[in-house]
Design a protein around this ligand. Sequence first.
Ligand code: SAM
Ligand code: SF4
Length: 407
Amino acid sequence: MPGSLPDGEAVPRDGSLPPGTGLGGRGFGVYVHVPFCASRCGYCDFNTYTAAELGGGASREAYPDTVLAELALAARVVTPPRVDTVFVGGGTPTLLDPDDLARILEAIDRTWGLAGDAEVTTEANPESVTPASLQRLRKSGFTRVSLGMQSIAPGVLQVLERRHTAGRAPAAALEAREAGFDHVNLDLIYGTPGESADDFAASLAAAVGAGVDHVSAYSLIVEDGTRLAARMRRGDLPYPDDDIAADRYLAADAALSAAGLTWYEVSNWAAGPAARCRHNLLYWTGGDWWGLGPGAHSHIGGADHGLSGGVRWWNVKHPSTYAARLAAGESPGYAREVLSADDRHVEDVMLRLRLASGLPLSVLDDHGRAAAARAAAGGLLQIREGHALLTLRGRLLADAVVRDLLP
Ligand SMILES: C[S@@+](CC[C@H](N)C(=O)[O-])C[C@H]1O[C@@H](n2cnc3c(N)ncnc32)[C@H](O)[C@@H]1O
Ligand code: SF4
């Protein structure tokens, strides 16, 4: 959840949902935000804090109990049939003791019940896990680890201000597999200033060589207010180049496909359906989820209901404000937005077109279907079995294709 929080209508103090809001029935996920990092990477504007940035506010030690207080409040608001996916993200979740992560997971299970085949992911920084901590996480019910690798090239890691050595991420991925994790993801970033085509090819080879079943590859985004943006503004570093980013994307798709990882979302590749991240798929297909933690977003309802597109809300951003709200017995919700059917439609088109499964043409209006036909004639989309599917060239221009399909 990068950037600042949008405004919206106030969330009631007891956290209750707008009258008539029901679960959408397309699966229920829980996101747990852990807002701590050992140091801030120069490019990152996620809602995360180093010990120095946090000052005397919420502590890491007190944090698990604060999350459990929000969970108790959530249990009074929604009663899902079961939890299908849990995703602990950050920040750096693995800065918390594995026993604390286990305690949060146990509480989610006690509160709502984890499905027998639930997918339970934690993000992790390569330098913040050990074989022992990974084994502990696996034993406590985590099924998937997502490691921030970013690059194998020391010079690129330095520009990104990453703390780990070049080989640490693939090594951690191997340790995760040895600890019994069948599902391991490595995150890569491409297009960092100074990164050569060979650097990125080596990153892809190292990720594949680590035997992971999932890779996410993102183009470097220069976020306002980061140290990276300041260095570029001063002229110390060049801005990323769109043509280079497109070349890197094509290199990623070629290398990952050759290794048996196929794309299922524009920036995500997996070794078959069982390796896809079900939690992210739930976000992308209009599922329900409760986001626990400062700045976390939630979404309930709307999937199959006529007029309403459900409700989305987001928590106060700072860990101290978040803890203070819960200590006072109040919802940490900062604001919410009731989605109209039109809002939902825009989201559906944006998210589902990015999936390899494509967008059903029936979702589009006449304008959208005509735009889809033009995009197909231009080689950006393929129309198959009533669905619009991005071609490889379309994936490079996905945002522009989406804009054309919308009213
Ligand atoms: C919030 S991080 C959490 C993972 C973990 N803290 C780590 O960095 O290893 C999730 C992923 O978002 C991606 N990310 C964060 N900021 C980005 C940016 N400005 N541009 C592209 N990708 C970014 C990185 O690939 C990172 O691994
Ligand atoms: S470790 Fe991850 S979350 Fe923390 S600052 Fe770096 S990219 Fe952001």
